[in-house]
Design a protein around this ligand. Structure first.
Ligand code: ADP
Ligand code: MG
Length: 472
């Protein structure tokens, strides 16, 4: 790419620039990769040497940065000027006039830059104020389960009869990635859908604090208060971040009272129940307990399957049940991770034109899940294997040389090596004190069989799935 081409750009022509980037990228990546990861990207704007591009979701950013960072950097360097930069904008957030560059880190983006970005994106007239509602968060894509039953029912009741229920404030709490933000955003979206004139605002308590500090510094604290006192519905996410911020808490307290007395709906989320918010002003804690407090628990197995099915359907893909079960079994405590591993699977499948199989699922789950069940024991493996081969468990631990016992022993050793972190020595000890060379011999023998004999391969694969799924 020569320099004269760069100088020919009309600066605002992001489409033209992105087209040039695409043609370079196309030369450097496989066709399927190109169509999966790069074609869906849309250019938004090009100003101050920053090219903004819109991507469908945060996993795109993660995936592209992980796998194509070098290519992207090269292309940007070639097509834009030397200090040219690429900014990602998420599609959902863009629709809500909101931009986040690094939502993967789960950090609430800074309100100030957000407003600037939002204004830059919305060129056709400024709305009266920004609601910060993300359209993707709806009730109809929020799967009902035992863990979220009360919270969901209350959220629906509030959005249908805002200000008329006794659920004020509505305080929802629970662990990370369980749907708190989804639910409270869904309330906001529903209220606006029913009556677009309703003044609804959503923000995290960190954003609230940043705005407050900014208002104090610019001498606008009163305006700040009256803005929020004027809302019909105030939704504040992750209220725990107000801890330690005394002055912000004071202002919030007054806003809360004004709204509450006027029968305006207040919706709050937190990682803990009000009484456990140590360090939060007592008078706030007691206000939080005036309405309805609902917790949200990790979804049970069936709900996790339903969530996965629903998400896969949204992508237009059917995933075999055993794979869904494998994922739901291994990712138990965070729906964001469940979603993440699903997207990883879809992504790698499309990247490598591969079938969605167990191998792919295993890889995606292990890359994403932090709380997966890894406590598979050698004894458990032995039990499942012996059960299958109908061999007495004690026999594999003795010096029995019968053909079926030897096979069961070797398979159990092989799977112990694959599925546990145990050393060869430890594995040997579990099988009647055999030494590590016996274990190596067994593992090699099975590896050989797996490549020679498809029926053994099928058996070992299905045993492995059983063990990993925890079904005997
Ligand atoms: P939290 O705010 O509790 O950390 P989020 O609301 O951000 O969690 O949820 C994490 C992800 O999981 C979001 O993408 C959300 O849409 C999804 N999610 C959570 N609960 C459900 C559910 N019951 N049904 C469908 N998707 C869900
Ligand atoms: Mg949240």
């Amino acid at each position: 790419m020569d320099v004269s081409v760069k100088e020919n750009y009309v600066k605002s022509d992001s489409k033209e620039i992105w087209k040039k980037c695409l043609s370079l990228i196309k030369e450097n990546v496989p066709a399927l990769t190109y169509s999966t990861w790069f074609l869906p990207i849309k250019p938004i704007s090009y100003t101050d040497n920053i090219l903004k591009i819109e991507v469908p979701n945060d996993f795109f950013i993660e995936w592209i940065e992980e796998h194509y960072n070098t290519i992207i950097n090269n292309v940007v360097r070639q097509i834009l000027e030397t200090d040219g930069k690429l900014h990602y904008v998420l599609r959902d957030e863009k629709e809500a006039n909101l931009e986040a560059f690094n939502i993967l880190e789960d950090k609430p983006p800074k309100i100030i830059s957000l407003i600037e970005e939002a204004n830059a994106i919305v060129s056709n007239g400024e709305p009266e104020f920004e609601s910060y509602l993300i359209p993707r968060f709806k009730f109809d894509n929020f799967i009902k389960g035992e863990g979220n039953q009360l919270a969901r029912a209350a959220a629906i009741a509030i959005s249908e009869n805002t200000g008329e229920t006794s659920f004020n404030p509505f305080f929802i709490y629970g662990g990370v990635g369980l749907g708190k933000t989804h639910l409270i955003q869904a309330i906001g979206n529903r209220i606006k859908e029913k009556d677009p004139t309703k003044k609804v605002v959503y923000l995290s308590s960190e954003q609230f604090t940043i705005e407050f500090i900014d208002a104090i510094q610019s001498g606008n604290a009163n305006e700040f208060s009256s803005f929020y006192k004027n809302m019909d519905t105030l939704i504040i996410d992750d209220i725990q971040f107000l801890i330690g911020k005394e002055k912000t808490q004071d202002y919030f307290f007054h806003i809360f009272n004004t709204l509450h007395q006027a029968g305006k709906q207040i919706i709050l989320s937190s990682d803990k129940a009000p009484k456990d918010l140590k360090g939060l002003n007592e008078r706030l804690v007691s206000r939080f307990q005036m309405g309805l407090t609902a917790d949200i628990q990790a979804p049970d197995f069936e709900t996790r399957i339903a969530i996965l099915k629903n998400k896969a359907e949204n992508y237009g893909i059917t995933i075999p049940n055993d794979i869904l079960e494998y994922m739901a079994y291994n990712i138990t405590s965070n729906i964001r991770e469940l979603e993440g591993s699903l997207i990883k699977i879809l992504a790698s499948a499309s990247l490598n034109s591969q079938e969605i199989d167990m191998k792919l699922a295993r890889k995606a789950v292990s890359e994403i899940a932090t709380g997966r069940q890894v406590n598979i024991s050698i004894d458990y493996i032995t039990q499942i294997v012996c059960n299958y081969f109908e061999v007495d468990e004690n026999k594999v631990r003795e010096k029995n040389r019968k053909k079926e016992v030897v096979l069961a022993r070797q398979v159990a050793m092989f799977l112990s090596k694959k599925l546990t972190k145990s050393s060869l020595k430890t594995i040997g000890l579990h099988f009647g004190g055999r030494d590590h060379s016996t274990v190596i011999h067994a593992c090699n023998g099975i590896e050989q069989l797996l490549s020679d004999d498809s029926s053994t391969k099928g058996i070992v694969e299905s045993l492995r799935n059983k063990i990993e799924l925890g079904v005997s």
